[in-house]
Design a protein around this ligand. Sequence first.
Ligand code: T5A
Ligand code: NA
Length: 210
Amino acid sequence: MGVRRGALIVLEGVDRAGKTTQCKRLVQALRDSGKEAEMMRFPDRTTMIGQLISSYLEKKSNLEDHTVHLLFSANRWEQVPLMKKKLEQGISLVVDRYAFSGVAFTSAKPGFSLEWCQNPDVGLPKPDLVMFLQVNPAEVAGRGGFGDERYETSVFQRAVQQKFEQLIKDPSVNWKVIDAARSIEDVHTEIKTLSENAINIAENQPIGEL
Ligand code: T5A
Ligand code: NA
C-alpha cells in the first residue's frame, strides 16, 4: 500500500484575524497527535521573487499593480514542486494565506476584475480545506495597531473583506467560515477538528487543481 497523501489546508482572512497564530498552533497539534504536518506561508519572502514582494510591502520599492499581482502568483508557483512532493510523502501542509489573498487584495484595487486576478493561479494545487477567519475590524482593534506595510489601512482592509465575502461563495472551494473573534483556544479547537476531518478525506483523493 502506498503512502497516503497529506492534506493542503489553508488559512485566510484579513489582517490581524489570527492566521499566523492559528497556523502555528495547528501544526503543533497535528504533530502532537502523530500526524506529519508542516507550515508554509505566502508570500514566501525568502526567495528572489519573495524579496521583491517584501520590498514592495515594506514600501522600499514601487511596483506596477499588475506586475506585483503576477509576482505574488509566481511566488506560489515556485513552491508547487515542493508542495506536491511533501503532500505525496504524506505530509499535510498548513498554509498561511494562498491564492485567495492574492485575488482579494488585488481586486480591491480599482480596475481589477475578480476573473483577471484569478487567472494566474489557475492550476495551482487546490486546497482540501480553506478556513476563513472571520473578524469584525472593530472587534480586533484591541489586537494592536496596523504596522507600516502597504495595505495596512482600514479603508483598504474593508474593501479586501468584501472581496473575501464574494470569494467564499464559490462552491468549488471547500470554504469553512470560522468565528475568529473568540479566544485563541476556542478558535484552535474548531480549526483542529475541521483539519483532522480534511486529512482523513484527502487521503483517498487525488490532489485537485484551482
Ligand atoms: N498579499 C498576500 C497580497 O496582496 N497578495 C497575495 O497573493 C498574498 C499571499 C502579507 C501582505 O501581502 C498581501 C496581504 C498582506 O497585506 P502577511 O505577511 O501575511 O502579509 O501578514 P502579517 O502582517 O504577517 O499578518 P496579519 O496582519 O495578516 O496577521 P494574522 O496572521 O492574521 O494575525 P496574527 O496571528 O499575527 O495575530 C495578530 C495579533 O493578534 C493576536 C496575536 O497574538 C497577535 O498579537 N491574536 C489574538 N488576540 C486575541 N484573540 C485571538 N483569538 C487572537 N488571535 C491572534
Ligand atoms: Na500573519
